[in-house]
Design a protein around this ligand. Sequence first.
Ligand code: DC
Length: 681
Amino acid sequence: MYTTAFLDLPPLLSAGGTVRLPGSKSISNRVLLLAGLSEGTTVVHDLLASDDTHVMLEALRTLGCDLQQDGDTVHITGLGGQLAVKDADLFLGNAGTAMRPLTAALALLSATQGGVFTLSGVPRMHERPIGDLVDALRPLGCTIECTGTEGYPPLRLAGGQLELSAPIKVRGDVSSQFLTALLLALPLVSQQQALTIEVVGELISKPYIEITLNLLARFGIQVERQGWERFIIPQGSRYQSPGEIHVEADASSASYFIAAGAIAGIDTPVRVEGVGAASIQGDIRFVEAAQAMGAQVTSGPNWLEIRRGTWPLTAVDMDCNHIPDAAMTLAVMALYAQGTTRLRNIASWRVKETDRIAAMACELRKLGATVVEGEDFIEVTPPATGAWQHASIHTYDDHRMAMCFSLAAFNPLAPTAAAGKPVSVRIEDPRCVGKTFPDYFESLFQVAQTDPDLIPVITVDGPTASGKGTLASALAHRLGYKFLDSGSLYRITALLALEQQVDLDDAQALEALARRVGHDISLRFDGEHIWVDDRDVSDALRREEVGQTASRISAVPGLRQALVELQKAFRGLPGLVADGRDMGTVIFPDAALKVFLTATAAERAERRYKQLIQKGFSANLDEICADLEARDLRDRTRAVSPLVPAADARKLDNSALTIEASMDTVLGWWVEGWPHVIAGH
Ligand code: DC
């Protein structure tokens, strides 16, 4: 997952290949609650690992459910309708799918069995209305106090006296989650009589109610539905664990890949696995909406394949009430359509993770689109030809904003794009996707392709022990970029040469060996560890003898040439930080930012000394210093790729700087240069 402050998406040129999607959030949290209320143990497979499910799991644990987690399978032993804990403070983050049903369930349980529960969340959660649910529960005799603003969390649930003979009325026109909450919780108090729920106002997001009814049935509760106005929970309903249950992949998450296929599935389709035509999720109907805009879709029960069909996409005028979440994806697809797309009946966008109509309008305008925003609709016209703008997309702590806007990175394909002038798309706070899809960007980069020249590279060159490795890997981590420690390739070649007793003066033999590295000699990089043909050589590579040999053989032109393609192949989405001696001069002369790092020989010797002692090697400071200077001289004066700063490198002497301070300086240069550095080729 990208935990960076922002993620810069390089311009993307095509999409194709397979993604497996994480489990559905809506299904995951409903199943968790139902399992938590049931008697006995339920094994939940393919559970989504996300912020919202984490919050629900923690709440159930606090309430006394026994939970055993094993990867994406969770064993839950439920309460069987009996409170095990009678006082609890539950923190529910920004998870509406936890707040609403837990409010209903705990209000009813505290009214019948006693106990006091407080439910709170992040500040945004305290701005998301819950009044319609509170108004449905209070007339039943539940004591519910809104401890902040009336109609909003935090809530305090403190007992009451239930009176259930009259039909239970709930508004259905702001959020369907209130009705879902009641449907999930009311079976708890259905022992004496059947319970009737009457929906006031036109029910929105009906497909989510279908998911609720479907899952209730899996847990043994058959709700009688009369139109969309009346729901009857039979007397004596009891939650019965199905034993095992599989969570299907999230259909809303599929929308981004369906869109990617429609926009950029040019030669090969994008294949989505885990959800398909047999889905119980309403958002699967996004497929029809995408088809209306031009996508070519084939499907099986649990898979979809999408390619580009009509191009440019067709602008549509569509009622999106049935697919509120996935419809956001249509708004971004509209950037690739001819004409104006109008999405109607989406008032619920205003009460989601953020006011999504306002947010969508603001961010689409940044890219150059013309947007008309209404109380319950949005109209999007793509930028005029050549009028696309670089944009730093604010994501409002809303996972769907981040995921939707990643699709703007396909802008070079837009019918209105100016030739050769892709715009940069920066996604702010990319980790917000963790709400439902922590590995979203990794999945996107798995199916998106681009020209390597469009992928930004930051090079960090400098003499040995200048701290470039530490700086470069920290930078890569902070930016979420790939990392190339080019010195390790020379060290690997040196290690193999020593082991295989290759004559170090035989340039041809050395070149031949280097050509095999990364080809028939396999390499694997994993954090601190490097494997060569499945052998962990990380420690061996750090040996002084290996470093010395690397320095010596790196003067062989044929050997250097042999490693060029291997180094270039590290250039991958979304970007690369490469450290070495000639990264900015020879391997990536088109790098977006070149850093040349130095420190005094004395300071570098000191660092190397500490490093060796820490690793348990014996070391002598004077020898190290002499050796460093000799190696510097050799690296600087060799005939091929001598160690010199690139003409356009920014120099940084870090003798007196901490790693953090060096990082801040370089990140400052990077931020300062945006977006020109990326789009400036
Ligand atoms: O960065 P390092 O100390 O791990 O590198 C080991 C040797 O490899 C170094 O002495 C010089 C050589 N090298 C090189 O010539 N070009 C690079 N890009 C990286 C390393």
